[in-house]
Design a protein around this ligand. Sequence first.
Ligand SMILES: *[C@@H]1O[C@H](CO)[C@@H](O)[C@H](O)[C@H]1NC(C)=O
Ligand SMILES: *[C@@H]1O[C@H](CO)[C@@H](O)[C@H](O)[C@H]1NC(C)=O
Ligand SMILES: *[C@@H]1O[C@H](CO)[C@@H](O)[C@H](O)[C@H]1NC(C)=O
Ligand SMILES: *[C@@H]1O[C@H](CO)[C@@H](O)[C@H](O)[C@H]1NC(C)=O
Ligand SMILES: *[C@@H]1O[C@H](CO)[C@@H](O)[C@H](O)[C@H]1NC(C)=O
Ligand SMILES: *[C@@H]1O[C@H](CO)[C@@H](O)[C@H](O)[C@H]1NC(C)=O
Length: 866
Amino acid sequence: MAKAIRILILIFVWVKYSQANDFPSLLVANATVGVIIDHEYLGEEYEKTFEKMKEIIERVIREDLKGAGLNIKYYSWSKINFNKDFTAIFSIASCTSTWEIFEHVQRERLLLMAITDPDCPRLPLHEALTIPRIKIGVELPQIILDIRTSHLVNWKTATILYDDIFDRDTISRVANALSVESASLAMSISLLKLNSSTDVYERRENIKKSLLSFPIRNVGSNFLVIATIPMTIIEVATEMNMINTGSQWMFLISNPRKTNVSQLMTYVKEGGNVAIASNNTIINGSCSMGEDCLYHELFKNFAMSLSKLVREEEAIYSQISDEEWESIRLSKRERRDSMLEFIKERLREEQLCKPCVNWKFESIETWGLRFDMSESGKLKPFKPVSTYTAVWEPTNGFIHYDKIYPHIAHGFRNRSVPIAIYHNPPWQIVSYNDAGQVTGMRGVTVNILKELADKLNFTYLVHNVERNVNRSGYSFWDDFNVTADDDIKSTFNLPVDILELVTDNMVLFGAVGLTVHETYEKMINYTYPISVQAYGMMIPRPKELSRLYLFLSPFTLETWLCLSFTIALIGPLFYAVHYLSPYHEHHQITKKGGLFKVQNCFWYMYGALLQQGGMYLPRSDSGRIIVGTWWMVVLVVVAIYCGNLVAFLTFPKMEISVNSISQLVKSQEQGGFTWSIRSNTFLESFLKETDIEKYVKLNESTENHEIVSKSTISRVRSGKHIIIDWETNLLHIMRKEYLETDKCEFTLIFLCIFSGNEKFLDEKIGLILPANSPYLNIINDEIYRMLQMGFINRWLSEYLPKKDRCTSKISSMEIENHTVNLADMQGCFLVLIAGIIAAIFIIMIECCCRRYRVLDDKKLIKPFVK
Ligand SMILES: *[C@@H]1O[C@H](CO)[C@@H](O)[C@H](O)[C@H]1NC(C)=O
Ligand SMILES: *[C@@H]1O[C@H](CO)[C@@H](O)[C@H](O)[C@H]1NC(C)=O
Ligand SMILES: *[C@@H]1O[C@H](CO)[C@@H](O)[C@H](O)[C@H]1NC(C)=O
Ligand SMILES: *[C@@H]1O[C@H](CO)[C@@H](O)[C@H](O)[C@H]1NC(C)=O
Ligand SMILES: *[C@@H]1O[C@H](CO)[C@@H](O)[C@H](O)[C@H]1NC(C)=O
Ligand SMILES: *[C@@H]1O[C@H](CO)[C@@H](O)[C@H](O)[C@H]1NC(C)=O
């Protein structure tokens, strides 16, 4: 295997090496040019063309070729095998033949200059030169084809909207041009014919209908409009809001005298991506359209590039040795590329035979234009600006100076846009200096803002809004270096100044987190939610139950009672069976002592329960069966007890507490907990409006606090109060209390999806944009991307309190290895003590009895003694 690979590599290297250097240098051999003039293609014109070609080439060799020789070989057919002696090929052939020739030429890395049919896809721009023989007035199919093949636009799909402008012939040519298969044609195109009735109203309605029924979702939103009356189309498209940040439109205007381009522009709204191409063809004497001129220019340029190459090679060769020369001289590909580049540049810069056909491309800039300040310091009214970005002509195809769609390529083009922000931790943390100017910003929305600015290519100016903080209360932002008067803030209300900035469309967007709710939904637009805040309850940490009665806990009270009852019953039962059995009579055993005493039976059964053997066993089978089954009961009971006891040792039992809203409401009926929520929050407004029973009940007896105060927290600590708030806020409070007291006194109950069977409301937080902002979609796309990449979650978690002892306890509840301690054992000692006390007590009773009996006996005996 390794051997085979090594051989393969060797072959590869050899092939590469031989290709690189196994061709004659221009210094030792004259360049050879193959001239293909396809007889079949040209037909009757062949003779004439051939003669002309010969003449032109001779002239060029005479006049323009300096310091080099040139061998010319003529062919009148296109199926030729080119060997390595050729330098360049010049061909006049049909489209299909041209591509065939290209394939051959490609293998030898020769320069191909092809003159071919119109509507022929150009050969790869960096490997060959293609010049279609275009006639005035029929260039549209070629333009569409060139848009497809060039990298002018990066469309994967395009829709051509056209009307009667195309006659049937042109449509079929366009369709043909589109159906050509080639690797470089990576764009799929659909055609949509619009009805162009003469009646203006009817035309509008028709266009509307066609556009409405058009499956944009499937065919993308890139449109190429070629129509007699583009004005109506752009009007309708604007009205239908189809010209937006996500779509790209190109209008091809073949008769600019009939269509006022600057009027067309006025329809473009903010955010639109529109390019306008207009027919710039001007027919006058100065354009020489002749093909002779073109052939001559092409050859001349080739000769000049060859001369230049030879000159350069000579200059280098004279300075170095042969070996060095062999290693540094141009490879075949480099030679081809340098000649091609030279010829193309000459055609672009100093074209002599200008074909008159010429189209001009203008791009319209719209994004963020409105935010350029005028001199008076106010925002300008929106007015699209057009820039000249590309030109198309048959010889060179597209030449572009800038991006056709500047905003698709460069977003806001580094424009400076105003944004609104205010201090509201943790979403946005803004610091101000004494003069009230913003000196620094942090927070989640600020991170999003920075990322947006980076991706959409804009810089931002912060609108200075006075901080309006005058509440004071519980602050947990000390961790984050935020000054003390910043308590838990609400994302439910927006400061009026900020709201005005956004509703007046003075800013691109507000980098502020705001709860999505109806009040504002009519005035502004929200972005995709950057976060969904879930609510939680802060409850006093449930305490572990005392372990004194741990030994009792494996069984419930009923079980214990049953068990005692059974023991009490089984003794006498056993006694009865044993006593009544005729076995003893039969064997003449005296019924005395042992199991013939009821208390012995009882103790025997009790001992069996504790797995202690007895002295006697019953002899009768009936008695034995009772004992046997009892042993089985004992086995089961003991096994269950032991197993359960271990479990109770390992998982300490907690105090019962609430863990859902329904429980909370229920507990309140029994005089359990009280609770409070913050006023001015989404939760409060939700509770006021809801009609779900448990929430109505929750609302009825809730306490609304402006802020979370210290006294509320100590109420929670003392055990009968609960705070309902955002989980994050509660985590902050718990963290702060922990740092202060170094004790874990609270527990957070998540009220979201995690709380088992009930889903509490979730609060969506989004950034805000002016109503109907054209940029909503692009900003949403970016935010969605950030969410998917997990950026926003990471930024959010930066503002969550650090994990501590308490948080980790919540999750793992001490499942570490538990060694049995005195607290666990105290119960059994207690039993022992109780047993001893009972024994002492009984001893006393026994003594008393004894003494009484003795006295009694004496009394009884006395008369007999006398
Ligand atoms: C190269 O061409 C020149 C004239 O075009 C000719 O004089 C010369 O002999 C040719 N050299 C070779 C090696 O063919
Ligand atoms: C472009 O304009 C020229 C001159 O006005 C005209 O002859 C030609 O037909 C136009 N091209 C198209 C495709 O309409
Ligand atoms: C084109 O439209 C603009 C604005 O709509 C107008 O000022 C201009 O005069 C128009 N030009 C022509 C040639 O109609
Ligand atoms: C931002 O826009 C400027 C101006 O158009 C452009 O030069 C630059 O390349 C753009 N930057 C990015 C990252 O697209
Ligand atoms: C708070 O700011 C001080 C000084 O400005 C700095 O030393 C400290 O590290 C900051 N603390 C945090 C948590 O950022
Ligand atoms: C944006 O706000 C406007 C006005 O309130 C509303 O009509 C429109 O539906 C909103 N757009 C979105 C995408 O929510």
